[in-house]
Design a protein. Structure first.
Length: 281
């Protein structure tokens, strides 16, 4: 997955570098991204034609969406397997299996008899966290986190939430956001939390949380930036775009100047010792 993202990033940088300085508008940069993405996906689609001998099967194996609509996957023998006489592609037209019967599965009104079904279900993401975790987080005055985030996620730096003292999150959203090196996000969040907890302990404070104004200002700052290139309403349904449903107002936003700028910002914020936006009591 990392190699696929690195390749398309390299292509985008090359196209942007070729643009005259006066053309470096958001629209021009987005056009460079779209062109680079299409070029990369054409390479992937051409592999199906080059490897799979049956043209109809090869055509149905082509991914007609942007690269970052889905996780880039690979296997040295996946496409080759469709040349085997015992391998058959059943095209569901993106609708999946309609029904499972005692004998097999039904697709587009036809039953396919099977001896074994292997579920490639992946993992669950994007669904209500309280249901997956098995518990709800309750803050001040009995307000739950689900209620606080009913209209979208609201935090300061993706770590602190107003009305939920001493609740500290380790996750990428509303900070550097989703970057390929997820552990870097986690380690940096841990550095921030460590600095905040040390300050609270050294000062004899019992609680820490962001002010309502700081949380609102941070969310408003995030909204000035572009949405994530990953997913989008024009992608086929998947967890990147909330299965094609409205992902909510704040999902997919990170620091508007990019991950590197966020890490520089948050490092200065930690080192200042003032912890602007947080209230220690």
């Amino acid at each position: 997955m990392q190699d696929g993202w690195t390749d398309i990033a390299r292509r985008i940088r090359a196209r942007i570098a070729a643009l005259p300085p006066e053309s470096l508008s958001p629209a021009a940069m987005l056009a460079a991204y779209e062109e680079s993405d299409f070029e990369k996906m054409e390479e992937i689609r051409c592999r199906a034609d080059a490897i799979v001998r049956d043209p109809d099967t090869a055509g149905k194996l082509k991914a007609w969406y942007r690269q970052l609509c889905k996780r880039p996957c690979f296997h040295d023998e996946y496409l080759q397997a469709f040349n085997n006489p015992n391998t058959h592609l059943v095209d569901t037209d993106g609708k999946g299996v309609a029904r499972i019967t005692a004998a097999g599965v039904i697709v587009a009104g036809r039953e396919y008899e099977l001896d074994c079904i292997i579920y490639g279900s992946g993992f669950e993401v994007g669904t209500p966290y309280a249901r997956r975790a098995g518990f709800e987080v309750t803050g001040r005055d009995g307000r739950t986190l689900s209620e606080h985030w009913a209209d979208g996620m609201r935090t300061l730096h993706g770590i602190h939430v107003h009305g939920f003292p001493n609740l500290l999150f380790v996750q990428p959203a509303q900070g550097a956001n989703l970057i390929s090196n997820v552990p870097h996000n986690i380690v940096d969040s841990a550095r921030t939390i460590t600095a905040v907890v040390r300050h609270a302990t050294d000062g004899g404070f019992g609680t820490v949380e962001p002010s309502a104004a700081a949380e609102t200002a941070w969310v408003e700052l995030l909204l000035t930036g572009p949405r994530s290139m990953i997913g989008g309403p024009d992608c086929t349904p998947g967890y990147y775009n909330n299965e094609g449903q409205d992902p909510g107002q704040f999902l997919g936003y990170g620091y508007p100047y990019g991950p590197s700028a966020y890490f520089t910002y948050i490092d200065k914020w930690r080192a200042s010792g003032t912890f602007d936006g947080l209230e220690f009591r």
